[in-house]
Design a protein around this ligand. Sequence first.
Ligand SMILES: Cc1cc2nc3c(=O)[nH]c(=O)nc-3n(C[C@H](O)[C@H](O)[C@H](O)COP(=O)(O)O)c2cc1C
Length: 194
Amino acid sequence: MTERSNQASSITTSLPPWRALLKGARAREGRQPSARWLQLATMGLDGTPRVRTLVFRGWHGGDLLELYTDTRSAKFEELLQQPQVELCWLLPKAKQQYRLRGTWMRQAQISNAQSWQSLSPQGRALWGWPAPGQPLEREADFPEELDDTVAIPENFLVLQLQIHRAELLDLTRHPHQRILWCRDDAWREQQLNP
Ligand SMILES: Cc1cc2nc3c(=O)[nH]c(=O)nc-3n(C[C@H](O)[C@H](O)[C@H](O)COP(=O)(O)O)c2cc1C
């Protein structure tokens, strides 16, 4: 086996197969900020569903997806009670929808400092705003920027979600294609009716 094919096979064994498809679909979106927007669904404290948009921040290894959020937000309490989540990621140019199920890895060792530094001053500012979802107070301060000399706020949270199930719906062909991969099944591809 050549060095080149060795490298290729080690990449394919370490990355779940749907990751390459998702990467291709994201690439088709170009520099659109919306290519990084996905929907995170959690279970509300009363057992009813909650969903909201977050920015995809990157992968850690093959199947840990990273998001940044605020520990003062409702979703944090929800995740403490129910760490199972579903993500929905629409890539419109590729006409693909990815539905990813995962588990919040609460004990994960995360470099908050690196993540905090990776944000722009405007991006960081949100963690300096008053608690999200609380009644607006007229006198409250909403900074426009937080520069990187500001210490990492305690409410800054890097969420690592371990993905254990991925489903793709691809609308580009007739008939549409629907594919399921499960971690427990070594990410074997299973074709489903669309
Ligand atoms: C385009 C877009 C990107 C967003 N990105 C994030 C994000 O990365 N992290 C986050 O916590 N909230 C983000 N939000 C705000 C959330 O949608 C939501 O309003 C907030 O997190 C409070 O949600 P909760 O009350 O359900 O916890 C984003 C909203 C939009 C519209």
